[in-house]
Design a protein around this ligand. Sequence first.
Ligand code: FAD
Ligand code: MLT
Ligand code: ZN
Length: 505
Amino acid sequence: RWTSSHAKAFAGLNSVAEADLSHFSRILPDSCILSMLPPTSLGSDDLSTYNTDWMGKYKGRANTVLKPKTTAEVSAIVKWCWEKRIGVVPQGGNTGLVGGSVPLGNELIINLGNMSKVRSFDPTTGILVADAGCVLEALSEYIAPHNYVMPLDLGAKGRQVDCMIGGNVATNAGGLRLLRYGSLHGTVLGLEVVLPDGTILNQLSQLRKDNTGYDLKQLFIGAEGTLGIITGVSILTAATPQASNNVFLALPTFNNVLPLYMTARQQLSEILSAFEFIDRSAYELAVKHGQGKALSDEDTKGAECFVLLETSGGKREHDEEKLNKLLESLLEAEEPLVNTGVLSQSPAQFASLWALREGITEAVSKEGKAYKYDISVPLSSFKDVVDLTREHLRKCGLVRKGAVTHVIGYGHVGDGNLHLNIVADQYSTEIQDALEPFVYELVASYQGSISAEHGIGAMKTHALHYSKDDKSIEWMKRIKNLFDERGIMNPGKIYLVDGQPVKFF
Ligand code: FAD
Ligand code: MLT
Ligand code: ZN
C-alpha cells in the first residue's frame, strides 16, 4: 500500500502523493486517472500493464498513471511535476524493447493513449497531422482510402501490440520501410512538444522546406522522452504503391547475402522496397510459433539463411517482369546465389511471407526470455557476430547447461541493422554478464552502433560510450540539462543516474 506522503522516487525525485493526485483531479476527469493512492486505491495489479514492458523484462513501480486527452492537460500535469520535482515517464503503446517506456522506480506515467485524434490530412500533399497517441496501424487505415501509406511500418502492430506515432518518433523507429522511405528524421515535418517545465513548443510545421535556423524538432526525434513529451506529429506520408510483390529466397550460404543484395539493387533499382535477412534458426522459431506458413521442406533444404525481398512500384506488369528476370538470373546462374525462391501469388501469401519475418520478435518471446541486441555492423559481419556470440556463450558453459537455447540473427540488411537475439530460460545476471560487455566490444570492434533503431532506454545506459565519444556524450548531457535541469523527464533513460547502472533482475 502506498502512503500519502511523498516517497523518494528514483533519481532523487519525488513520487506522486495524495496532494498531487488531488491537483491532477482538477486537471483530468476521474476516468483519466489510475492510481493506487487514496481515494482511488487501485491495486498494483491494476497498473501492471503500464508498469511492465512488452518483454516482461523491465518492471516499474508507478503508483499513478495519467491519461490526458489534450495538449493543455499534458502541459498542466507536467508543469506541476516540474514544480514538485516529480519524475515523469512518457508512455505510448509500451512496445519499446529497451526498457524506456516504464519507470525505474515510482515515477508518474503519462500515457498518451487517450490522445488519438487525427488533426488533419491533406490528400494532395499527403501531409498528416495527428495526436501523438494515435496508433500507427490506425493511421495506416485512416490514410489508406486516400491511397497513401505511412512511411514506416513495424512488427509492433495488431495482435494487441500497438505502437503509437509519438512513441515511434520518440524512438526514431526504423522498421521495414526505412530502405524505401528513409528515417523519421526526414519524414517528420513538425512536432508539438510539452517541455519539462510545461511549456508547449509548437513546431507543428507542415512545410517541406523551412531553413529558418536550427531545426529544433530533430532533437526530440529519438530522444526517448528525455527532453519532453511529444503531443502532436506532422508527417509526410507516401503514395500507395500500385503493385507490391514479395519473394522468400533460400540461400545455401550466408556468403551469398551480399552479392544477392548487390544484384537485387542493380536489377530492381527503384522498385526494391525491402531486403530482410533471416537466419535458419530465426526462421525455424517463427515457424514453430505459427508466424506465417512454413515453406515446404524442398524449398528450405540445404538453406543456411533466407532473404525476404519486396518490390513496390507503379505498374504491376513492369515490376513482375523485372522480378521474374531477377529470379531467372539467380536460379539459372552457373553458381546460383539462391537455392529456391517462393514468390507470393496472392495477398494472403504476401502477408504470410511477411509474417515469417515480422513474427520473429513474437516467436522469440514465446520461446523464452529474450536478450535483444539491435546493432549496426557491416553487412559482411552479420554471420560472424552471431557465430562469435554463440561460441562465446558455449565457452561460458551457458549453452551446454541449457540456459541459452538459441542465438539467432535477423534484420534489415538494407539498413546494415542486425538483430542479434539470445533466447534463454530466464533473465539472469549470469547470462547478462556473459553477454555484456562482450557484445558491445564486438560491435565497437566493427565501429558499429550499439543501437541501430530501438534506442538506449534503460538497457544500454552503461554502454553509451561504446558508440559515442566523451565529447559527444558531454554535449548530449548539456542539451538534456538545457531542457530539463531538474531531470524529471524519463530519468535513468539514455543516461546513467549517479554513474550507476540499474539492476533489473
Ligand atoms: P513506448 O514503448 O511506449 O515508448 C518508447 C520510448 O519512447 C520510451 O522511452 C518512452 O518514454 C518514449 N515515448 C513514448 N511516447 C512518447 C511521447 N509521446 N513523447 C515522448 N516520448 C515518448 N522498433 C523499430 O525501430 N523497428 C522495428 O521493426 C520494430 N519492431 C517491433 C516489433 C515488435 C513485435 C515489438 C514489440 C517492438 C518493435 N519495435 C521496433 C520496438 C517498438 O515498437 C518501437 O520502438 C516503437 O516505436 C515504440 O512505440 P511505442 O508507442 O510503443 O512507445
Ligand atoms: C524487427 O526488426 O523485427 C524489430 O526491430 C523487432 C526485433 O528486433 O525483434
Ligand atoms: Zn528491426
